[in-house]
Design a protein around this ligand. Sequence first.
Ligand code: F6R
Length: 606
Amino acid sequence: MCGIIGYVGKSKAVPYLIRGLEHLEYRGYDSSGIAVTENGQVITVKTSGRIQDLKNKLTGIELTAKCGIGHTRWATHGEPDDINSHPHSSMSGLFTVVHNGIIENYLPVKKELMSEGFTFKSSTDTEVIANLLEKYYEGDVVHTINKCRRILEGSYALCIICRDFPDTVYGVRKGSPLHCAESSSGRLFSSDTIALLPYTKSIYTLDEGETAVMDSREISFFDTNSNRISKSADRLDLPERSADKGDFPHFMLKEIFEQPQVLKRTLDSLIKEDELFPELSELKKSFFALQKICFVGCGSAYHAGLAGKILTEKIGNITCTAETASEFRYGNTPLDSKTLCIFISQSGETADTLAALLKAKEKKARTLSVINVRGSSIAGESDFVIYTEAGPEIAVATTKAYTAQLISLYLFALCFAHERWQIKRSERDRLLSELRLLPAKVQRIIDSRDKAELFSSLFDGRREGWFIGRGSDYAAAMEGSLKIKEISYINTGAYPAGELKHGTISLLERGTPVVALCCEERLFTKTFANIREVKARGASVLILACEKSAEALTDEENVLFLPDTADEFACLLQAVALQLLSYYTAVKRGCDIDKPKNLAKSVTVE
Ligand code: F6R
């Protein structure tokens, strides 16, 4: 993870570096720092904590430098304290580096450098890079970078300054993204185009192993043999990703509220004149030949994949799997040209999902990705892409991007099942009409959010809880449990409701909060029996059910009713109710809703 930035221009570097870091803060926010070249000296200011803490530390320090680098960190090696914060300098201070990624062989390299007399101040892998650069330096920085590149294993995007060239920033990448751009305001490097788009839409994306050199005159590019190469910029006609939460107290609440529009926009963009996914016509031709579909993602995106698997298997009559990308990439799932792998990712940059995609391609599987951020790495590598229309998602806990993934996967399942003659046109149209009603139903849930707020008392004073459900209710339970965990720090687990008696039920204590999901009509009586079992043992139960079950639940005290929908789509409505439940639970606990501890929005390390 982490975000890196570099600046060279005619203006003072610090404001550009700080603005860039603020754009990149979603990539990590446990510490941050900058280094600038001031009168031939490299000056580093860094601190643990948020970028605001760095700004506070910089107050009163007059820095006029026009060249510098910056970093916002999500700690991998070494705790997030002042010393481990980036930038890191080599032993003599000749090189100073900011790094996004992980150097996997840093320990043997560090050992060797220490045996040669190099000293280290931090526990990071990054300091190894700075000292390695110093070791191999003979006057030409690009040559030195390429020598070090051959030694360093793992992934990295680096911005480097060298004391000998005070108006120059060097950038190189392997595995982690790095972009640069030139504008009237100056030249910049950034981990993400988001920090460059306010200045220009013309953006260079570094290829694997390429080095870019930025000075007061130009940006030049070099290949892995240090030969100068020409490179053209891509025009990214993307809207600037605004980070304005308007009148909402948190981005998460704002993003929950945006869902009706997001879902409608996503559906509208994927259906043209009654044709589903017109842009996937080539892929659709292969549907009959497919023997298996694998859904792959991380965290919430994996949960969306689980819901996608359940529906596609049900109506498409094809074997489906759902796996987390971190398992899939090292697992043995058989893959071939008769397999379609669907990769789901909001950011399009998640390292494990990207690696899983590359593995699927290597095995000749067909690849389709469901992505929110246009121009992202996963979108670029996939054979086919479905874009969700969630717009920028700022809160770390995903809400609108997740439900946009769900609705896209529902639509995909309808399209697949119909094209493969598993459902009739009339059934496709019935389900499609139901799908089109979801945005309004989500709006109803948002309008009655006071109920979710009220029921959030279930978790008052509790440190743990359970989510249970069967079928697609179980997929919803997984997501609900994750939402509570990540923003309220309550240790919840999600279990298939029928599994409890095989071990987990021994954990149950008087008052243990249990959220029971029972929207799948065909499984209602089964889950209801499991609710009785946990209640009999003292659990405090909140039931999420559709209005059609009201009669069966008249004796139940705590029921959060959701609008009726087809069994197939209830998971999406449950997700919205559970987002609100998690949100209000976290607010009451005084948690940092938009930036929960230890997390980052984009997970670019494995
Ligand atoms: C949870 C959450 C994460 C992400 C996961 C994948 O609220 O946001 O679990 O879903 O890190 O991220 P993307 O979708 O960017 O690949």
